[in-house]
Design a binder for this molecule. Sequence first.
Ligand code: NAD
Length: 335
Amino acid sequence: MKVAIFSSKPYDREFLSAANHAQLHELTFYEARLTAQTCPLAAGFRAICAFVNDQLDAHVLLTLAREGVELIAMRCAGFNNVDLRATEQLNLTVTRVPAYSPYSVAEHTMGLILALNRKLHKSYNRVRDGNLSVDGLMGFDLHGRTAGIVGTGKIGSVVARILHGFGCHLLAYDVNENPELKAYGLRYVPKLELLEKSDVITLHCPLMPDTYHLIDEEALARMKRGAMLVNTSRGALIDTRAVIRALKSGRLGYLGLDVYEEEADLFYQDLSNRVIQDDVFSRMLTFPNVIITGHQAFFTQNALEGIAEETIRNLTAFEQGERPPGLITAEKVVV
Ligand code: NAD
């Protein structure tokens, strides 16, 4: 099957080509992000493969359908950028990769927590500059602290196990409870209680209308003064402007982000020679207690192999008229 791969980087080409070793599909790699301007590139392809910041709104989907595209194969877990009502109306099939190394994202989350707490981003630069003073680098023991996990699915439950290993007390908020996590002393509590009692809050739920700006002004006001907030899930779970106000007032003590609500025009590009035009993003970069990574939590060799293999499986199943393993429907996600 002819497949147009959007937002492709050299590593996408490497891993998808390797997973396509049986040469079942003819893969064409476009560096361009999928947008209203670039969607005509999909003409003549039966499937397109897209990523987290590709634009899959009703207008783009209509153009894709008119160009003859039948399958949207997302090479990621989240699908908040796909208008599922439109895909249903246009009879477009949508697949994703629901599970591929939850360890990749969970371990990156831990990296952010540890780096923020022990100020590794500052000490790295200090030591290279010959400054071996530890003033201002004091952290706290994670052992004995309370961590609040929002969303205890595949990634959140790995984070829970790791934090248990650090000796944290675990609170969680989720619309579906995972009884296995009770073995780690994890207690499900209402969202408000999690906000009020946690020293570290980490977000692992999907972005949906229900969870949009889950952390807003009101939620921040309920958090412990000086608490740490980490988001490796989707940017719009957090109201970024409210978070900036909370950082300025000192209410929020630490912020670790791998995602940002307006990341589509920034992430996965080298902007080092340009002036960043997003003032909200630029403001966040000025805080000493903020670490931002550019949506790289998934970026391990294991995850890329898993994503590529599952994407090829989805393409092959679709082409052969079978139910793809990562099929998404408008009503519910079929895993
Ligand atoms: P999952 O589906 O296994 O788990 C999500 C959990 O969130 C589920 O337990 C679900 O019940 C819960 N949830 C749903 N609605 C909720 C709500 N309103 N409030 C609280 N909890 C709710 O998903 P996962 O594989 O663990 O991934 C979690 C998220 O991580 C994804 O949605 C994706 O956005 C993000 N992600 C980020 C990266 C990255 O590189 N930064 C990579 C993969 C996934």
